[in-house]
Design a protein around this ligand. Structure first.
Ligand code: APR
Length: 252
């Protein structure tokens, strides 16, 4: 059953020149980073509206740092890209994929070698001052005290977008334009429930793009917006798509 869907996905990718990928936490699951929602997800253990909300960070930064930020930082220090990230990098090399719009803050697409990555929800790799907004990297900051403190005296926080905070307007606009102009959109490892990222596949579909979804579970996009849904893990599915594309390109 999968092979024909894989073939269709490969065929759509081979034809594409303006592909865009929208990725979410699921693409990094095979790198050992748990997703937010669903079985084993982070939000099963902690309440996102409490710990991942900007109001909580402002009112109780010590608790947010201890419960959320330090745990994520530890996971990210050892995580390496998996076949899902590497498959997207291959698609870029082949001239098929232009840009990855990721909701992830783990930097694994860049580590895999993808060159144009829009970090829609920011990055955990950098810290930002809550007072003067200057950014710094983790290595340059003392973690003797939590939360760490900026030279200006205010607390530092990871440079991520929390609930209750807006998406950077420039990134949002660029993502909408890419979605409107792509020929194929790969939607990988996202529950497609958090706006405005979840709206991007709708823009792409409305403008005629072919939507390939990869996720072990159906999402609100499945059978509605997605032209093909590959119900499986990102790494395995990307490996199979790339292998089918290589075969086609070799004229087999
Ligand atoms: N391969 C592909 N997809 C997977 C895999 C896997 N190996 N394992 C799980 N998934 C799927 C799940 O079925 C789920 O649909 O990944 C999806 C992860 O969904 P979420 O945890 O909701 O992650 P995401 O869509 O990225 O969340 C969006 O919500 O909490 C906020 O800011 C956070 O960026 C995040 C945003």
């Amino acid at each position: 059953m999968y092979s024909s869907l894989i073939d269709q996905a490969a065929e759509a990718c081979v034809q594409a020149t303006k592909g865009v990928a929208l990725t979410g936490a699921g693409i990094s699951v095979e790198s050992g980073i748990p997703p937010f929602r669903g079985k084993g997800g982070l939000w099963e253990k902690i309440d996102p509206m409490k710990y991942a909300h900007i109001d909580m960070l402002v009112n109780n930064p010590v608790e947010v740092w201890e419960v959320l930020f330090l745990g994520i930082a530890e996971l990210l220090t050892t995580a390496v890209p998996n076949a899902g990230h590497l498959g997207l990098q291959r698609l870029e090399q082949m001239g098929i994929l232009q840009t990855i719009i990721t909701q992830n803050v783990d930097g694994l697409h860049q580590k895999a070698g993808s060159s144009d990555v829009i970090e829609f929800h920011g990055t955990h790799a950098m810290l930002r001052c809550m007072g003067c907004h200057v950014r710094s990297d983790w290595q340059s900051v003392s973690m003797d005290r939590i939360p760490p403190v900026c030279p200006c005296g205010a607390y530092l926080r990871p440079d991520v977008v929390m609930f209750g905070e807006p998406i950077d307007v420039g990134l949002l606009r660029r993502s909408q334009i890419l979605a409107a102009n792509c020929d194929v959109m790969l939607v990988i490892g996202t529950s497609a429930t958090v706006e405005p990222a979840a709206y991007l596949p709708l823009i792409a579909k409305d403008r005629g793009a072919f939507i390939i979804e990869i996720n072990p579970e159906p999402t609100p996009l499945t059978n509605r917006i997605s032209d093909i849904t590959l119900l499986g893990p990102a790494g395995e599915m990307m490996d199979r798509i790339v292998a089918a594309m290589d075969k086609r390109r070799a004229g087999a």
